[in-house]
Design a protein around this ligand. Structure first.
Ligand code: FAD
Length: 446
């Protein structure tokens, strides 16, 4: 099925639950956000002349996970072209194109496409590197194998291991990037940014006013946003709230988790200042920017404490020492070389893919697709039922800088009723209802 078929809603597929409902082009979109997800979405919508109002709980934008000083931009790739890798491959090129477009408009943000080296510092990674060479799934400009000598030349410092090199990857300053994308969106005059406004509850307006809901009125039902600054209404609402999305009642059934991460900024020294590429081991080490390298990061599931602590800085240093002992000894970073630390939350999905699209109507899914529990190949033509006018772009995990632009393009296509930039299979891989369908098939819900 191609995009035109899908937009006409003619279910040529036997898996109706993979189909998204047709949306009449929206006129105005409200977004809860302030990070890279909302920046890309706001930019994409306002560029098409759609009015956007953004609600952000903080006094300035990019204070959540997107507030790091430095982040690596690179795709998540496996040895074979599975659906995860295919998404991230496409997303990576899209991210580079979008960020270049923003820079070309004169909005600046620190970045360097200096390449990224995943070092094969242990047996399993050496085998992984061999498997990449064997399957040869990816073009050389995306990823290729290098030996220790090549790795050292690329990194401009001695690296005792070979690895997988991504020549087009690099690092970016996420906070500056997000501000620049929002500035570009504001230049369209279609964006209104409302800061210091925390949305504590959302409710469909008809729910608040009457318990009677007809099918027609349902599709026009707006949302009421309850905030610390009063109430607002939203005809179409998109949640781009990062890990805070977990707190939103309507999304609580979705399998997303908050994973804390702390990164540590280190003062450069003569032994490491010449580093010329991003190094990934179990964590990462970035080239110097303004005399600072970033190392990290920790992964603490279901820990939501945003205070930094010394133990995590030590963990980041220890991780570097464990994976790259010679390099670490040579750099010889001490406690006093720590310039600063930051802890933020990643919004993780179970399958490393974002959740992009309408909030599924779970009870209607259970009714409509019940027979999947007996036969997962049962043919359905019914389009996936969703909660009207409620969308999300969340679950960007540890790769939001790579995935946000393409994910935003998909949602822009959905909200403007224009062709999707990905095929139907990928669309379903990203659809928030994929977990509901999986659970019905596995008989986890009925
Ligand atoms: C330590 C660490 C290191 C990372 N390193 C990398 C990396 O190297 N490369 C990479 O690609 N990714 C990295 N990531 C992941 C990346 O930062 C995230 O995927 C990305 O920033 C998520 O963006 P977001 O817009 O979804 O969420 P966020 O940036 O968290 O933005 C959420 C926004 O929503 C607002 N908000 C939330 N709830 C409400 C509410 N109720 N009302 C109003 N406003 C609300 C917040 O104020 C915030 O502005 C890292 C993450 C961490 C924590």
């Amino acid at each position: 099925m191609n995009n035109a078929d899908k937009k006409n809603n003619s279910p040529l597929t036997t898996k109706g639950y993979q189909l998204r409902a047709n949306v009449t082009k929206v006129q105005h979109v409200s977004i809860i956000g302030g990070g890279i997800a909302s920046a890309c979405l706001a930019y994409g919508l306002t560029k098409l002349g759609i009015k956007v109002t953004l609600y952000c709980k903080d006094s300035t934008l990019a204070q959540g996970a997107s507030s790091n000083a430095i982040g690596a931009v690179y795709p998540l790739l496996y040895k074979q072209a599975d659906s995860i890798s295919l998404f991230y491959q496409q997303a990576f090129w899209r991210a580079k194109a979008l960020y270049s477009e923003i820079a070309e408009q004169g909005y600046s943000f620190a970045h360097q496409w200096c390449g990224l080296l995943e070092v094969s510092y242990k047996e399993t990674l050496i085998n992984k590197q061999k498997a990449f060479a064997h399957f040869n799934s990816w073009s050389k400009d995306l990823i290729h194998s290098v030996d220790a000598k090549q790795a050292s030349e690329l990194a401009n410092i001695a690296i005792p291991y070979g690895g997988l090199f991504m020549p087009n990857a690099g690092w970016i300053a996420p906070k500056e990037l997000v501000h620049s994308i929002f500035k570009a969106a504001e230049a369209t005059k279609y964006l209104t940014i409302v800061t210091d406004t925390q949305v504590s509850k959302i409710q469909q307006i008809a729910d608040a006013e009457t318990s009677v809901t007809t099918k027609e009125s349902n599709s026009n039902r707006a949302w009421r946003l309850y905030t610390n600054q009063g109430e607002y209404s939203a005809s179409t609402l998109v949640i781009c709230a990062g890990a805070d999305a977990i707190e939103i009642e309507q999304l609580k059934t979705l399998p997303i988790t908050a994973t804390r991460g702390q990164i540590t900024s280190m003062n450069s020294n003569k032994k490491i200042s010449k580093l010329a590429t991003v190094i990934c081991h179990k964590g990462y080490l970035t080239p110097a920017h303004n005399g600072i390298h970033c190392i990290g990061a920790t992964f603490q599931i279901n820990d939501t404490n945003l205070n930094t602590n010394k133990a995590d800085d030590h963990y980041n240093l220890a991780m570097l020492a464990k994976c790259l002992p010679e390099l670490s000894a040579n750099i010889n970073w001490q406690e006093q070389d720590i310039s600063s630390s930051k802890a933020r939350l990643r919004c993780m999905s179970q399958d490393h893919l974002p959740l992009v699209g309408a909030m599924p109507n779970i009870s209607e899914h259970k009714k409509a697709y019940a027979h999947l529990a007996k036969d997962k190949n049962w043919k359905y033509s019914q389009v996936a039922p969703s909660i009207n006018n409620l969308y999300m772009l969340i679950g960007l995990g540890a790769r939001g800088l790579c995935s946000a632009p393409l994910a935003a393009d998909i949602l822009v296509a959905e909200l403007t009723n224009t062709p999707y930039p990905v095929d139907n299979d990928m669309l379903f891989s990203l659809s928030p209802n994929r977990f509901i369908i999986r659970d019905i098939i596995k008989q986890k819900i009925s």
